[in-house]
Write a protein that binds this ligand. Structure first.
Ligand code: ADP
Length: 877
């Protein structure tokens, strides 16, 4: 057999399918002319190859066959060892089907060393595994073995019982060779029970089935039984042809034992029926074969039978010689058996050891699982514990900032707020990463205006860029789909991280967020975001690892720029969750382009944004010096329907212009004068001006100059705000109100709000913020107190903390809902809680709350929440 060509290839062909493996094993176990040592060497080599390729089933199957081959030639210690090795693999990897087969083989070895109890214990284990796992085929195999082994220990009646049960109940699951074996067993047992006539039909049925079978051995067994059966009535000559056929098959299969065993059996049969010469001839042949092939235990029993036969024939000298030979072999094999027994005992100890080891491994696994659960719980708790006091810190800092402060005091308070914000970001990141790792982060896709989202993020992050004189703009093609469906919170998170990094690592030049898109399928789009900066760049060898947790481009980064190295990791995971990809192109000292592609659905809704109908007749003049900003503005204005002309000096404005939009990169103290001059020259005293100025730079205050029809807008330009401003300045009807402008607080005069909160600092924060919005605020320190206040007085709105002593927010809400007089509608209850996960939100809603605000709470969120949850009742305030 040639294993060599198999080794050359990547993977031996016999590992490719079960069928190939079966054939290979069959070739392996039928030596066919090869000597024994070569066969074993090849078999062991095959085990190693299977192990090398990680094919556990092949490994255990071949080991099992080695076990059986060794058992057959009486090398029982080694056989047990091979079987045990296979058993260990099965135990480690929970391979049940194969395990039952190995137990059967091991049982066979134990029968041979006379350990019957051990053998039947293996079989019982095999049977119960097969039954527990409903492996019908394996149940049948175990029953077959039980039948065969009872046969071996001459418990013919029992053997017959098992074999008949298999033939009756399981013959459909058995392969033809196995079925032939069963029929053979039945015949053998019937022979042993001297019910010869009953045996014949089973033999004939078996022989008919065996025709054309690849494996000839079962046929040899059947023929053997037939010969034994006939020996009752016929002489040796009459059954010679059958014997020769068995011999030929045994020879072809290289299994001389089969032939030798038949000769022994025939010898015994003739001895029992008193045909002594025939018995001696058969036994001599058996002995000769036994010696040639070193079947020691066979030789020993054969010698004993021979001695008996010679004794009965009155040839005591020869009988004595045979007995002596038998004794010698017995001594020899006794010591061999003792060795095997000792080895066996050691193996059993090993098996116990392996069992203990797997028990330990199981325990280890359980511990690891519970540790990871504990980690998630710990993170959730710690996040709660940190958020609560942080709410106080941030809230108080903003309240402090609203008071009269000396400049350095303002700086300190600003620092407190900025540090608190940063800490909040870190906690959020740590929580997110553990959520993602635990597979618990679920996306919540909703309708979103993608460009508006990018504009918002850019506006929020522009302060820092503008402070350094770095321009930040969002560019999108005119046909960019307005409404898409995606998880806006998570997309914002990715953008904040990429744009935030760009502002962090760029000291001069500009940052551009480029948006592009391509259509995929009928309703999907692939959006590509590129954040291009002109910052410090990233060395090539670090460009991949920065997407790993806690990794920064160089060790000194965290000291110079701060950060936890989690932002890109989270972004990458989020992008992947959305079915997209992320990457970076960068050159040190030149800048970086972080890109990501997201797969999003197109919304079926039409955008609520309407174009201004009378704009086409209007003319806008754009003044500025940065070509990219001018291009962007010109695009937006043209898309809104305006005619646009671009100039670099405000004094060049033409008389036909209806509005002047001035992009002021640097502060110009003369601006008010210039505007007046233009109005006079063009004879348009109310010509509207829109002045664009960077966030964080010196802004313009025209209140002293008495200039009307002038608006100042902070950059980066947000499309929505720009349209709103144009609408106001050009007095256009269709324009819907833009969002609240900075510094303009709504006044909810007289709105009665109950704040339920146990933390005193947070009580103060909520009370101060709400009072500054014109609300009348009452505070309750726990749920029970809140319930009492609710019964005594009427309120318009409740903000409810969740975790409180005495009665928590969930219970308080449930009770309020029970007591409510629903005819007048229900009171909005909004949770304010440091427990910020999605399940917490669900729990709040389930308790009857209307909405959920994660702490720390900002003024803007309070305003938003009151507006949304008060709904139509808003107009009365
Ligand atoms: P961190 O919180 O440290 O910024 P990130 O995961 O967001 O964590 O980024 C990891 C590292 O990648 C940063 O510390 C920095 O070294 C590098 N990096 C990210 N973005 C840029 C950029 N635009 N320019 C240069 N380096 C960057």
């Amino acid at each position: 057999m040639d294993l060599a060509h198999d080794i050359d290839g990547d993977r031996p062909s016999w590992l490719n399918s079960q069928e190939a493996l079966d054939l290979f094993v069959l070739r392996l176990t039928r030596p066919q002319g090869r000597d024994q040592d070569t066969s074993f060497a090849e078999a062991w080599e095959a085990v190693e190859l299977a192990s090398l390729h990680g094919h556990l089933l092949a490994q255990t199957t071949i080991l099992r066959h080695i076990c059986e081959m060794l058992r057959e030639i009486g090398r029982l210690g080694e056989a047990l060892e091979a079987g045990q090795r296979a058993l260990d693999i099965c135990d480690r990897h929970e391979i049940y089907g194969e395990k039952t087969r190995i137990l059967v083989s091991l049982a066979g070895c134990r029968i041979h060393i006379g350990d019957h109890a051990g053998a039947f214990a293996h079989l019982a284990e095999a049977e119960s595994i097969a039954k527990v796992h409903c492996l019908r085929h394996q149940i049948a195999e175990v029953l077959v073995a039980e039948g065969a082994y009872y046969g071996r220990i001459k418990a013919a009646a029992k053997s017959l019982e098992y074999s008949l049960q298999v033939e009756r109940d399981y013959s459909d699951t058995l392969s033809t060779p196995k079925l032939v074996n069963i029929l053979n067993n039945i015949a053998g047992s019937l022979n042993d029970l001297r019910r010869y006539s009953e045996a014949t039909p089973y033999i004939e049925k078996g022989l008919a089935l065996a025709v054309g079978m690849k494996d000839e051995l079962p046929k040899a067994f059947l023929l053997g039984n037939k010969a034994v059966l006939l020996s009752q009535t016929c002489g040796l000559d009459e059954i010679k042809s059958i014997i020769s056929e068995v011999e030929a098959i045994a020879h072809r299969c290289g299994r001389h034992f089969v032939y030798a065993a038949l000769m022994e059996e025939l010898g015994v049969s003739y001895l029992e029926s008193g045909r002594l010469p025939e018995s001696q001839e058969c036994l001599q042949k058996a002995k000769e074969l036994g010696i040639t092939y070193s079947f020691k235990s066979l030789v020993r029993t054969v010698c004993k039978h021979l001695a008996q036969s010679y004794e009965v024939s009155g040839r005591p000298a020869e009988a004595l010689t045979e007995l002596k030979a038998a004794l010698e072999i017995a001594e020899d094999s006794l010591s061999h058996d003792v060795d095997a027994a000792i080895k066996n005992a050691l193996l059993r100890q090993d098996a116990d050891f392996a069992k203990r080891q797997s028990e330990l491994m199981r325990k280890g696994k359980e511990e690891a699982e519970s540790a990871s659960k504990a980690k998630s719980e710990f993170l959730a708790n710690i996040s709660h514990e940190i958020r609560t006091p942080l709410n106080g810190v941030l809230g108080m800092a903003s309240i402090l900032l609203e008071t009269d402060l000396k400049p350095e005091q303002r700086e300190y308070a600003d620092l407190i707020r900025a540090s608190g914000d940063a800490l909040l970001g870190v906690i959020g990141n740590v929580l997110d990463i553990s959520k993602i790792e635990a597979g618990k982060l679920v996306l919540e896709p909703k309708e979103l205006d993608f460009i508006e989202l990018c504009d918002d993020v850019a506006a929020a992050l522009a302060v820092r860029a503008h402070e350094k004189g770095v321009e930040l703009s969002v560019l999108a093609p005119m046909n960019f789909p307005t409404l898409l469906v995606g998880d806006s919170t998570r997309i914002r998170q990715i953008l904040v991280n990429l744009v935030g990094n760009a502002t962090k690592f760029t000291e001069e030049g500009e940052i551009v967020v480029n948006l592009n898109w391509t259509e995929i399928a009928s309703t999907g789009v692939r959006v590509r975001i590129e954040v291009v900066d002109s910052g410090i760049g990233i060395p090539a060898d670090r460009q991949l690892s920065i997407f790993d947790s806690f990794t920064q481009a160089d060790g000194s980064t965290s000291r110079r720029f701060g950060g936890s190295g989690l932002g890109l990791t989270i972004s990458k995971k989020l992008v992947e969750l959305m079915g997209g990809s992320i990457g970076v192109n960068s050159e040190p000292d030149k800048g970086s382009t972080f890109w990501c592609e997201l797969l999003l659905e197109r919304s079926t809704k039409t955008p609520r944004e309407t174009l201004f109908q009378d704009i086409p007749t209007k003319h806008a003049t754009l003044v500025g010096s940065n070509p990219r900003t001018l291009g962007l503005l010109s695009d937006i204005l043209t898309a809104s329907g305006l005619k646009v002309s671009v100039i670099s000096d405000i004094r060049d404005a033409r008389p036909e212009t209806d509005i002047v939009i001035a992009d002021m990169a640097a502060h110009n103290p003369q601006l008010a004068e210039l505007m007046k001059q233009v109005r006079t020259e063009l004879l348009k005293p109310r010509l509207p001006f829109l002045v664009l100025t960077p966030i964080g730079g010196r802004t313009y205050d025209f209140s002293e100059t008495h200039l009307e029809e002038v608006q100042v807008m902070l950059k980066p330009v947000r499309r929505k705000k720009l349209r709103a401003a144009l609408g106001e300045l050009l007095h256009l009807e269709q324009v819907h109100a833009g969002p609240e402008r900075r510094g303009e607080k709504p006044n909810f005069g007289g709105l009665r709000i109950l704040v339920v909160e146990d933390n005193v600092v947070n009580q103060m924060v909520a009370e101060t913020l709400l009072t500054s919005l014109g609300c009348q605020v009452e505070v309750a320190g726990d749920g029970k107190h809140a319930l009492k206040r609710f019964e005594e007085k009427s309120f318009d709105f409740i903000f409810m903390d969740c975790q409180m002593p005495i009665m928590d927010g969930y219970e308080a809400t449930r009770r309020i809902r029970q007591k409510e007089d629903r005819t007048n509608g229900t009171i909005p209850i909004v949770a304010m809680t440091a427990n910020a996960s999605e399940t917490d939100r669900e729990e709040c809603l389930a308790a009857g709350m209307d909405d959920f605000l994660p702490k720390p709470i900002t003024e803007a969120e309070l305003i938003d929440s009151i507006r949304t949850n008060l709904g139509s009742r808003m107009h009365s305030f």
